[in-house]
Design a protein. Structure first.
Length: 449
């Protein structure tokens, strides 16, 4: 794969999961500083509405622009004016804009939602989006957009994690691998697979974890919080990290993760898996196009290894909501209904390869439907945990829906990076939990009125 292609795929990853998400900018926001009471006025349901979105891949931008053009030509009551803002500046722009100056409809990355609600910049969409649209949203994407029974956002697409495997290399090393969620690897079995692969590998580096994205980043939280959840822990439980994040089981699980470093290819060129230098790649749905092209029928898609509480994956991505300063919630809701129809969701997910976040579009998608090459990701999203009830029977976990998420992800990322670098897991997790709880205490638990 060329350097240009590698850059494009890294951009696609950031687009889907905000790996470079400027969450730190949110942490400085004060509660309740926005305009109004955090709800949108219904308005007439006619006239011009403003829509903001992040500028992503060209194919994504084109899909969105086509949806707006089609909506405008499909009826004469509402006109949408779309503004695309560069992805790296997008969250900062919303953060710096007074609620009264925000658009009627705006896109946001999942983990930022609660902070925007906390600062009265997003309004509940219940009552403006149709019951049909709400019912067609997958349970996983609804979990990302819900606070205290109110919905503030719905997405066109979702995300998911897995382990991509090179069947040829796995078979050559005599490694048996899972066929789906029902027979996922345990952490011990995953470690044994790494050892067997190493014995057949020239440099002993057999695993890619996208190390180049950095672990003290949003990739660290999205990619490896599943280890915490699968070990029976949580990043936050009942508003506290102590006793949830820093448990002996979580520390033990991260100790195992630490032991895998010796098998990891740094993957500085982004080609470790595509060029068959490694047999396994721990990453998300967005790498499927490149990996499928490189490996063909030798590509297998596996769940992440389990640490006792069942296999887990991260989920969530960009979503759409209504600005709290909008004076035309009815028109905003009508546009969202249109944007989330099968035609537009299919066009967008064809453009970016992500799993559709509506039930009907997901069922029709050739990659994710039953028997499709990425059925695993759909199977995972069909078993959502939300962000609190993380049982052994659910799989797709939502990152904590709280305005304090910037602190959580920053502290967990630092802890994970410390452990990966050889630090003591118990000490790193304890330090992170104390810092998170202190921040929540300082901000009255980030409670949303």
């Amino acid at each position: 794969m060329s350097t240009a292609a590698s850059r494009k795929l890294r951009h696609a990853a950031r687009t889907s999961l905000a790996l470079a998400l400027p969450l730190a900018a949110l942490a400085a926001c004060g509660g309740g500083s926005g305009g109004g009471d955090g709800s949108a006025d219904a308005g007439s349901g006619t006239g011009t509405i403003k829509v903001w979105a992040h500028q992503g891949q060209k194919s994504e931008d084109a899909a969105l622009q086509n949806a707006v053009k089609s909506f405008n030509s499909s009826q004469g009551k509402i006109k949408v004016e779309l503004k695309l803002i560069p992805g790296n500046d997008y969250t900062k722009t919303i953060t710096a804009t007074d609620a009264s100056q925000l658009p009627d409809v705006m896109e946001f990355d999942g983990p930022t939602m609660a902070n925007f609600v906390y600062n009265k910049k997003l309004a509940p969409i219940d009552g403006y989006v149709s019951a049909k649209t709400m019912a067609n949203a997958t349970d996983a994407i609804k979990a990302q957009g819900e606070i205290d029974g109110k919905h503030y956002g719905l997405g066109m697409y979702d995300s998911g994690l897995g382990v991509y495997g090179n069947k040829k290399l796995l078979d050559a090393a005599g490694v048996k691998y899972p066929t789906g969620l029902a027979d996922d690897w345990t952490a011990a079995e995953f470690t044994a697979a790494l050892k067997a692969l190493k014995a057949k590998d020239s440099d002993g580096k057999v695993l890619d974890i996208q190390e180049g994205n950095g672990l003290a980043t949003e990739w660290g939280t999205y990619g490896f919080a599943p280890i915490v959840w699968s070990a029976g822990g949580s990043l936050l439980k009942d508003g506290k990290a102590e006793g949830a994040l820093d448990t002996p089981a979580v520390a033990s699980a991260l100790k195992t993760f630490q032991s895998w470093k010796t098998y990891v290819d740094p993957n500085t060129d982004g080609n470790a898996f595509a060029k068959s230098r490694v047999a396994l790649s721990w990453v998300g749905h967005w790498m499927y196009p490149a990996y499928s092209q490189a490996l063909g029928e030798d590509l297998v898609v596996l769940p992440l290894p389990g640490f006792g509480n069942g296999p887990k994956t991260g989920q969530g991505s960009w979503a759409w909501g209504i600005g709290a300063g909008s004076t035309n919630g009815k028109a905003a809701g009508a546009f969202l209904d249109y944007l989330l129809n099968d035609t537009n969701v299919a066009a967008m997910t064809t453009a970016n390869g992500a799993p559709p976040a509506t039930k009907t579009a997901l069922a029709k998608n050739t990659l994710y439907k039953e028997g499709g090459p990425l059925q695993l990701f759909a199977d995972q999203l069909a078993k959502p945990c939300g962000d609190s009830d993380i049982s052994a029977s659910c799989v797709a976990v939502t990152r904590p829906v709280t305005a304090g998420y910037p602190t959580i992800t920053a502290q967990f990322g630092q802890a994970l990076n410390s452990v990966y670098g050889g630090g003591d897991p118990e000490d790193a997790l304890s330090k992170a939990a104390r810092a998170i709880d202190q921040d929540f205490s300082d901000n009255a638990g980030y409670k949303i009125p």
